[in-house]
Every structure is written in structure tokens, then in C-alpha cells.
Design a protein around this ligand. Structure first.
Ligand code: SF4
Length: 731
């Protein structure tokens, strides 16, 4: 079944009917809205404010929301088109049941009974943990909380995890290790007030475009911008210093920079001795990371390493911002900790214009990892292995502590356990692992082995096509609740429309299923507001405390930063202001990991490095953005970026078909010859399914701590397979 992309006037009229007017000047127009709804973009972790125009229960357009402080009315290419997903003809409007003829619409009673019966049957035969649950980090805080509670109480399984396992978990684990808490330390309003910024592994202008504005403001105020990336991404093109790191070389690079800082005395000894632990081991480790040695490991010229230390070391204020480029590695946690070392060594944290932040990729990348849908986590950021935390939450939920499952498998491990025949049943929501998880042939084989698979989603994504039952859930604008953006600011999503046809809000589907599993008394919610009251009460006293928040406060204050432990507490935009970190002794931790290479390095057979990432017009596995024609037109298919030197060596010209081969298989895609990438590295974006999917060939090797896969580096070879698809070489 192909994804329908709306492109022509006929497509739109066929989809929406004659109520839609086309004006060449103004685009698609349905006239004046009945109302404007203040809410947020459904895509990245910036969570820009937007006003959706609603007419007769349809989202027909948008207006800027200039008063919302994060984006002040600005939106990126995805944000301005996000309204077009509502009412897309692919939108699921009823539950579907697989039959010999394919999927057929059915009633909710039938779909939910079939799902509950399958869950009971599998668990009776193979045990509770033989059924797994996979959630998503684009969903609201309320749903993240509900998913965790549903898995532990209704499914009674330990095997619940979420697609944030593919995104922010390396940063989350590193934050906990260094600071004792997992959140960006500063509000983004601190960025323009700083003197120097390191942007590490973040294609900021394409993945979080509105944050670019904060960087430009900092530069207008005199700040120096340092970008670390294997590609000269759009933000790197105007940086003061660009460090073209070899994929996988980040921790070595940080050690080299720190080496130069120590030699020059650009560290804060007083801060280190008063507020940190474990400095001596790090100081000893970085002795060998001379600029020359570091250059050999990272490919970054020694003089650039010194220059970076010169800019960062003596600055009065500094900000470190990083994203998946340093985190999607088998040493993702070590990479993040190595950058945090650079922050702690200067003592520039917990101050206006000085600090640190992970930029979250998914819409609720922050909140989605806080409320208990991770395999090792309970609400309030509690630890499922901590006996006190277990006692607190089991008491709060009204169950015996012994009935609370323990730590389960992570997302990729769940797929592996399905492939191994240990997990027999799966329920997923807003997760598309067939496109998202590396080595997708293995994911496909695993899906084929499931005895039962139920998928809750709003479009029939590539993974859901393997389901026995598809439960038609809700788009972001069809429900309400809260999300927490990359700063740690909890904000309100207001409902714009109701789900179409017989589709239901996601939470209602889960509560109905819980009822059929005999646990309805724990899930007697009538509205997301009740779930928020419960999750905020559950978080009280935990590491991630929302207990002082209400919907009214969040809305009237345009978001509240956690921790917010009392109703009168103002929230905490900037962490660590009193030099107090969240470890028991109040101190932060340095970490001294020696450099180690990626799981796969180059060799004679696979002499190049393969790396992946996003493009500005697409989001995650493309379930939403591949359906919006104007976004597809911006970047219609995956391209293989390669440097002209490499292209010349391979006899490839721009637009030629090339085959990229790794140990897992091959993809054939057009070449895009650009000077903005290292000559030893090729890049393919990962938003597409099928034979051109980058994740057909990426490596599923996991970070031992965060269990994130190594999307950002594996070895490959590239060969020319044919001329440009248009026939012959381009002029
Ligand atoms: Fe803002 Fe991100 Fe949406 Fe773009 S995708 S409008 S930057 S929230």
C-alpha cells in the first residue's frame, strides 16, 4: 500500500472535496475559520507556538502566535505545513482487522476484544513478559504516563520501552551521571547572552530551525560560534570555527581541547574543587591527548583544536548545545560526558548566559522520557530498580510492590527478543520501528514472527502494515494535554478538532483495553486533565517534580519549567544556580573515558564511513511529512552526499545512481556531490522506507549504557551503478 502524497489540485479536491478552493496566490483556501486555537507544532522539540485555524471541525490553516516567547510567531518549513496532515485521505478513521483479503474496517468492540484476547492467550501460554509495549516520545506527558502505568498494571509486563531510545537516551544517561538530573540546564533565552557557543553534532538549522534565531542573536551580540560536525551543515557555514570531526571521534576531540585548556590554565580550579568530583582521573587521562595525537584520531587539524580551546577556555560566558550527532553512537554516553567535562572544567554553568543543553529531537523528547514509559523508569523520573521509588509508586497506584514488574528490555532489545522468539506479542503506539531501527531486514523478520501485533496510530505506517489489528488513534491536534520542550518548559496543547470518523483519542483506546484486561478500575479517566493531575501528584518528591503545576498555571504562564514542587513555586528555568547539583553530595561528576573507535571502522572491504541524519522538510520516519506534498517536493527522495574528491575517485557525477553497501546490505540512491562533507564519509538521510531506507544498512550495535544504536557511523563502500535517472549525465 503506497503512501499518498498530495501534490496537484486534483489530489486535494479528490481528498477534501469541493469545499476546498485553490488560489494560485494564496494556496489552498477554505475561507474564514470559525476559531483560532493556540497550541504548538507537532514536530521537533522546540515546540513552537502556533494558532491553528479551525472551521467545521477541520484544521484549515494557521496564524502565527507572536506572544509565545520561544518562537515569537516564527515557524520553520515543517511548522507552516503541519496543518495539512489533518484530514489527509490516508487518515485512519476506524479500527482495522487483518483478513485474508487485507485490512478490513471493524467495530471497536471487535478490535479491542480481539486484542485483549490475544494478549491474554499469549501471556497464559508464555508468561507476562512475553508481551511487549512500545511507546513514542512525540506523545503528550499524559500519554507517556498512561503507557507506563498500562504496561505495568494492565499488561503486567516489564517489557515496555519507547522510540526515544533511538533519540535522546545517551544525553539523558550522561546528564544523570554528570549532574544527577536529566534536563537542559538553561532556558534558551540564555543563548543570546553568551560569549561563545559550541554546537556539537547538531544540524541545528535543519533539525531545530527556530533555534537558529537564538544563535544569530548571540552572534549579533558578539558571541563566537564553534560547530563540530563531519558535514558543513547550514549552521556551520557561518561559524567562526568549524571542526570537521571524523564520525565517532568526539570524545577524543574533547580530550584534546581539554588538554590545551589545562596547559594554558583556562580552567576554574576553585569551582572544580568545591563543586565536582573525579577531576584528577580526567586530568591524567587527557595528558596524552596532545593536539597532534588528537588530530590523528579525529581528523581535526591540531591548530583548529588549539583555536577551539582558545575561544572556549578563557571566555567569560559559554553555552554547549548538542544533539544526535554525538549521541547516536556505541559510545554516545561517553561522547556527551566528554563535552560536559569541557563545561564543568570552566565552572560556567548555572549562570545567566552560561551552561549546557541537549536539543531534543522529538516533539516531546523531554517529557516523553520523564513519566515512566522507559523500561527502567517509574513516574517522576524514578528508578524502577530503587526499592524506595518502587514502594512510593506501587503505593500511589494501589498495588503491591511485588506486583510491580522490574526493569525490562530496551526498544532494540525488544525487537531482538521477538526475532529470538522470546517475545510473542506486541502493542505499539506512534512508533514505526521498521523505518526507525537500524538493520531493518532484522526488524522485518521479527515482525513476521509475532503471534500477535496490535498498532495504535493515525496513519498506517510501514510497521503497522504487519499488524493483526490497527487501532485508529489520534493526531496531536485531535486531543489535548501537555508536552515539555527541550528547555524543560512544560506547555499546553489545546485540542483543535475531534478525531474523524470512528477514530478515538489514544488514551481512550488504552483505557478501554485495560478494562478488557480486568484492570479498568486503575484507568477510570474521563479526560487528559485527570491524567495530568495524577502524573503531577505521582511526581511529587521524585527527581522530576511537576506537582506544583496545573493546566491553568501552565497556560497563563506560557509554560512552567520543572522542578516545580509547590503550587506557589515559580518553576526552575535555570538549574544549578546555587552551585548545587542533584547527586546526594550536591557535586557534579567528571568522567574519564579513554577514546575507543566505533563498533565498525573502515577496512579494505568497506573503506568509507557511512552516516545518517535528517533534512529540514522531513520528520523522523516520515509517517506525517512524507504525506505533505510541499514538504516532499523540497527533498523527494534520499540522496547520498559525497565529496567531489570521492566522487571523482569513484567516477560518479552529481545525480548518478550509486550503491551504498555495508555488512547488512545495499541501497541504491542518487548521488549528491557536495563540498560540505568529509571526503572519507558519505551521508544519507533516514526518513524513507523500503529499498532506499538508510536503516536497511545502518548498524544495530548499541551503546552499553543508553542502548542507543550507532546510527551515525558504520563502514561502507560506494560504487556507481548507473547514470542520472533523467538519462545520461547532467550538464
Ligand atoms: Fe518549530 Fe520545530 Fe515545528 Fe519547526 S519543526 S515549527 S522549529 S517546533
Amino acid at each position: 500500500m503506497a503512501t499518498l502524497t498530495l501534490k496537484t489540485e486534483e489530489d486535494y479536491i479528490a481528498a477534501y472535496g469541493p469545499t476546498l478552493n485553490y488560489s494560485p496566490a494564496g494556496g489552498w483556501d477554505r475561507g474564514e475559520p470559525d476559531r483560532l486555537v493556540k497550541t504548538h507544532c507537532c514536530f521537533c522539540g522546540v515546540q513552537c507556538g502556533i494558532q491553528l485555524k479551525v472551521k467545521e471541525n477541520r484544521v484549515i490553516g494557521f496564524e502565527p502566535w507572536e506572544e509565545f516567547p520561544v518562537n515569537q510567531g516564527k515557524l520553520c518549513p515543517k511548522g507552516v505545513k503541519r496543518y495539512m496532515q489533518n484530514e489527509h485521505p490516508d487518515r485512519l478513521k476506524a479500527p482495522l482487522l487483518r483478513s485474508e483479503q487485507g485490512f478490513e474496517e471493524t467495530t471497536w468492540d471487535h478490535a479491542l476484544d480481539r486484542t485483549a484476547t490475544a494478549i491474554k492467550s499469549i501471556q497464559e501460554r508464555y508468561g507476562k513478559d512475553s508481551f511487549a509495549f512500545l511507546g513514542g516520545a512525540s506523545m503528550t506527558n499524559e500519554k507517556a504516563y498512561l503507557n507506563g502505568k498500562f504496561a505495568r498494571i494492565a499488561l503486567e509486563t516489564k517489557n515496555i520501552d519507547y522510540n526515544g531510545r533511538l533519540c535522546m537516551v545517551s544525553a539523558g544517561a550522561a546528564n544523570k551521571k554528570a549532574f544527577g538530573i536529566d534536563r537542559a540546564a538553561n532556558p534558551w533565552s540564555d543563548i543570546p547572552k553568551t560569549d561563545v557557543i559550541i554546537l556539537a553534532g547538531t544540524n541545528l538549522a535543519e533539525c531545530f530551525p527556530i533555534l537558529t534565531d537564538y544563535i544569530w542573536k548571540a552572534r549579533d551580540n558578539g558571541a563566537k560560534i564553534i560547530v563540530v560536525d563531519p558535514r558543513i551543515t547550514p549552521i556551520a557555514r557561518t561559524a567562526d570555527l568549524f571542526l570537521p570531526v571524523r564520525p565517532g571521534g568526539d570524545s577524543a576531540l574533547c580530550h584534546g581541547i581539554l588538554h590545551v585548556m589545562i596547559l594554558n590554565g583556562w580552567i576554574d580550579e576553585a569551582f572544580i574543587s568545591e563543586h565536582t568530583e573525579d577531576w584528577p582521573a580526567l586530568k591524567k587521562l587527557v595528558r596524552k591527548f596532545t593536539p597532534a595525537y588528537t588530530e590523528k584520531l579525529t581528523g581535526v587539524p591540531a591548530r583548529s583544536i588549539e583555536k577551539c580551546a582558545e575561544l572556549w577556555g578563557p571566555a567569560k560566558k559559554s553555552m554547549l548545545l548538542h544533539a544526535r550527532g554525538i549521541e547516536h553512537h556505541t559510545k554516545g554516553v561517553e561522547n556527551v560526558l566528554s563535552y560536559i567535562n569541557l563545561v564543568l572544567a570552566t565552572g560556567r554553568i548555572g549562570k545567566e548566559g552560561s551552561g549546557y543543553g541537549t536539543i531534543t529531537g522529538q516533539g516531546n523528547g523531554q517529557g516523553g522520557r520523564e513519566h515512566g514509559q522507559r523500561c527502567n523508569q517509574l513516574p517522576g523520573g524514578r528508578d524502577i530498580n530503587n526499592s524506595v521509588h518502587r514502594e512510593e509508586i506501587s503505593k500511589f497506584w494501589g498495588i503491591e510492590e511485588t506486583a510491580l514488574p522490574g526493569e525490562g528490555l530496551t526498544a532494540c532489545e525488544i525487537i531482538d527478543a521477538i526475532e529470538a522468539g522470546e517475545i510473542k506479542g506486541l502493542l505499539s503506539i506512534s512508533f514505526n520501528p521498521l523505518v526507525s531501527i537500524p538493520d531493518s531486514q532484522r526488524t522485518r523478520k521479527a515482525l513476521e514472527k509475532l503471534e500477535f501485533y496490535g498498532a495504535i496510530d493515525f496513519f498506517l505506517n510501514e510497521t503497522a502494515r504487519y499488524a493483526d489489528v490497527v487501532l485508529a488513534g489520534s493526531l496531536q491536534e485531535e486531543d489535548h494535554g501537555t508536552v515539555t520542550n527541550g528547555e524543560g518548559r512544560c506547555i499546553r496543547l489545546n485540542q483543535s478538532v475531534t478525531p474523524p470518523g470512528n477514530a478515538l483519542p489514544d488514551w481512550k483506546i488504552i483505557c478501554d483495553l485495560a478494562d478488557r484486561l480486568g484492570k479498568g478500575r486503575y484507568f477510570d479517566y474521563q479526560d487528559p486533565r485527570e491524567m495530568f493531575s495524577e502524573l503531577s501528584a505521582a511526581s511529587k518528591g521524585g527527581p522530576i517534580d511537576y506537582s506544583g503545576m496545573t493546566y491553568e498555571r501552565i497556560e497563563s504562564e506560557q509554560g512552567i519549567f520543572w522542578p516545580c514542587p509547590q503550587p506557589e513555586h515559580p518553576g526552575t528555568p535555570r538549574l544549578f544556580e546555587k552551585g548545587q547539583f542533584f547527586h546526594d553530595d550536591g557535586k557534579a561528576r567528571f568522567h574519564a573515558f579513554d577514546y575507543r573507535p566505533p563498533a565498525e571502522d573502515v577496512d579494505a572491504e568497506y573503506p568509507l564511513l557511512f552516516t545518517t541524519g535528517r533534512v529540514v522538510s522531513q520528520y523522523l520516519s516520515g509517517t506525517q511529512t512524507r504525506r505533505i506534498g510541499s514538504l516532499v517536493d523540497q527533498y523527494p527522495e534520499p540522496l547520498c552526499e559525497m565529496h567531489p574528491h570521492l566522487a571523482e575517485k569513484l567516477g560518479v557525477e552529481d545525480g548518478d545512481q550509486v550503491r551504498v553497501t555495508t555488512r547488512r546490505g545495499s541501497i541504491d540512491v542518487p548521488a549528491q556531490v557536495v563540498k560540505t562533507i568529509r571526503p572519507d564519509t558519505v551521508f544519507v538521510p533516514y526518513h524513507w522506507p523500503g529499498k532506499k531506507s538508510a536503516n536497511l544498512i545502518t548498524n544495530r550495535a548499541l551503546d552499553p549504557i543508553s542502548k542507543i544504536p550507532e546510527f551515525k557511523v558504520c563502514s561502507c563502500r560506494v560504487e556507481l551503478v548507473g547514470p542520472h535517472a533523467g538519462g545520461g549525465r547532467k550538464a
